[in-house]
Design a protein around this ligand. Structure first.
Ligand SMILES: Cc1ncc(COP(=O)(O)O)c(C=O)c1O
Length: 388
């Protein structure tokens, strides 16, 4: 039991975390028992009875409602997509942008967000990058807004150093300046609380294979449905206000659905929506605030340990500016990654070191194991920026 919830009980639901020191939930979270059971339910039904699709769809809609509640949205504002990239591309192509318009982004933000907007160069839309600094807030963008700025797109949490940006402040700036606002919450969702009403974004996109605990291949897209001028670049029968009951396409009736279904295309990743339903139940039973608080505590322990070893932390140190669960230690990945792997410690290489990322199941013992492995090998003086 920790201060926030019974982590030992949660950990038992993630067998992979018992077999290795898993510090890589920023890459993907290992499968939990409830998610596995939900997938098995789907597989058994498909295998044994070819499954009643109507029941699968009902369950998907129940999951959509849970997801909407989780975001403080309503189900009509939430679409299912394939991943973050698809959500960002849907958003970028729905914005009514014209040649000469510009979009502001943060330099070095995740490429899957950046390319969706860079591709608008085909329409003559320019992307302008503002510098990545310890914190990004309204003041980071304000000086770059000009008469042709139409939108800001950014990530809530950076994958490569664990910055947590002021997404609500940027939302207020967008409202004040009349800009569209597109937010990528992939790295934060499930750990960093999110409330779409407070953020005020036009679109929010994410995948589900990190903090939302689902295997790869399911994404989400929140859409502010008061923005009825935003129309989908792609169309399928389910995207329409009035899908033809006889399945014969009507050239004179292409009105998009009044809900976020306007951004959905064709059949769904039904097994993954089953998994997401179970994952949201698990997260809900703990509480995102508790997961965040627990990860912050692990982060404090990690930072203290890195300091003691003379290894610099690459991203922000202050809780106000850092994500609870993403930390990069300035240990060159090419020198350290195989070593960690040989000691049963799983983490990711990053631009400036190795990334330690926590999930709801990690414990102080995982942090200590990581630090022991660092100490066991020793840090060569001069290799870490702190020591240099
Ligand atoms: C901020 C951010 N956006 C997007 C992605 C991934 O994009 P996709 O879901 O399209 O694979 C990641 C990490 O994988 C990420 O950290």
């Amino acid at each position: 039991m920790t201060k926030h919830y019974d982590v030992e009980a949660v950990r038992k639901l993630f067998p992979a975390a018992e077999r290795l020191t898993y510090l890589d939930s920023g890459f993907q979270t290992p499968m939990s028992t409830p998610v596995r059971r939900a997938l098995e339910t789907f597989i058994d039904e498909a295998y044994e009875t070819a499954g009643p699709k109507s029941v699968w769809i009902e369950r998907m809609e129940a999951t959509r409602a849970k997801l909407a509640a989780f975001l403080n949205a309503v189900p009509e504002e939430v679409a299912f997509t394939k991943n973050t990239s698809e959500s960002m591309n849907i958003a970028a192509n729905a914005l009514p942008l014209a040649a000469g318009d510009n979009v502001l982004m943060v330099h070095g933000d995740h490429p899957n967000n950046a390319y969706a907007f860079l591709n608008l160069a085909r329409k003559g839309v320019e992307v302008r990058f503002v510098p990545m600094t310890e914190t990004v807030n309204a003041e980071s963008f304000r000086p770059h807004i000009d008469a042709r700025t139409r939108a800001i797109s950014m990530s809530q949490v950076t994958f490569h150093a664990g910055h947590r940006f002021d997404v609500e402040g940027v939302g207020r700036l967008c409202a004040e300046a009349g800009l569209y606002y597109v937010l990528d919450i992939m790295q934060g969702v499930g750990v960093v609380p999110i409330d779409v009403r407070r953020v005020g974004a036009t679109f929010i996109g994410s995948g589900t294979h990190k903090g939302l605990l689902v295997p790869q291949g399911l994404g989400l897209l929140y859409w502010d449905r008061t923005r009825t001028e935003l129309e989908p670049a792609y169309l399928a029968a389910i995207s329409l206000a009035r899908p033809p009951a006889d399945l014969i396409a009507r050239p004179d009736d292409l009105e998009p659905a009044p809900t976020a279904a306007r951004f959905e295309i064709g059949n769904f990743n039904l097994p993954a929506t089953h998994a997401l339903g179970a994952a949201l139940d698990l997260i809900g039973s703990i509480g995102v605030e508790n997961i965040a608080a627990h990860c912050f505590d692990l982060g404090d322990r990690l930072i203290e340990g890195l300091d003691a070893c003379g290894v610099a932390l690459v991203g922000p140190r202050a809780r106000a500016h850092r994500a609870p669960h993403i930390y990069v230690a300035a240990l060159p990945a090419e020198e350290w990654l195989d070593y960690f792997a040989s000691r049963g410690v799983r983490l990711s290489p990053e631009r400036d070191g190795v990334r330690i990322s926590f999930g709801m199941f990690n414990t102080a013992a995982d942090v200590d194991r990581f630090l022991d492995v660092v100490r066991e090998r020793g840090v060569r003086p001069g290799r870490s920026p702190r020591a240099a």
